[in-house]
Design a protein around this ligand. Sequence first.
Ligand code: GLN
Length: 221
Amino acid sequence: MPLPPSPQPSPARGEVAVGGGSPAPLVGVLAMQGSYREHLRALEAAGARARLVRTREDLKDLDGLVIPGGESTTMQILLERMGLLESVRQAVLAGLPSLGTCAGMILLARRITDGRAGQQGFGALDIAVRRNGYGRQVDSFEADLEVAGIEGGPFPGVFIRAPLVEDAGSTEVLAWHDGRPVAVRKGNVMALAFHPELSSDLRLHGEFLRLVRGRKEKTAA
Ligand code: GLN
């Protein structure tokens, strides 16, 4: 079920709620390139505070991170150029709840086929992906997906030059399309081959925020 928007005004960066109720979680959206604005809007609509991440400073105090769709090669080059690649990788590997969509899924992967020379995923998820693996004929398509743990009927999956998951490794597969995994999760890291931010359906952002809140409560305890 989509979460209701937070009734609280967003506290300032790093502010801690005093007495009664915890503040909405603060989720960063990597904003090098791609569909980061759409993720920002979806996260806010699903009840989070959201912040664009462009510098190392922006990674501070985050409760979660979204790596959007776009072009994984371009995104990686920009991350390198901004000196952010290593910090983002380390934050994700250190357990920051993370959601990667499409190109973001590629960045989280352990193995990338058909990437640019030297393109390497963070290895945050034990998956092997083939870039643009759905082939030219089906560059972009929409498909109704049954997603484990998501109630209320199928989720509208928007696929755009999506990565093909060739091996889901030790991850839990949350959704399949045509016999291939298209949504996977391991611990606090989730990856989707499609673009939930381009549909108006907030259920997957809501599900990610559930992971984020779970981790936040655990670390606060
Ligand atoms: N084909 C893109 C890549 O390899 C991903 C496409 C997308 O994010 N929509 O990075």
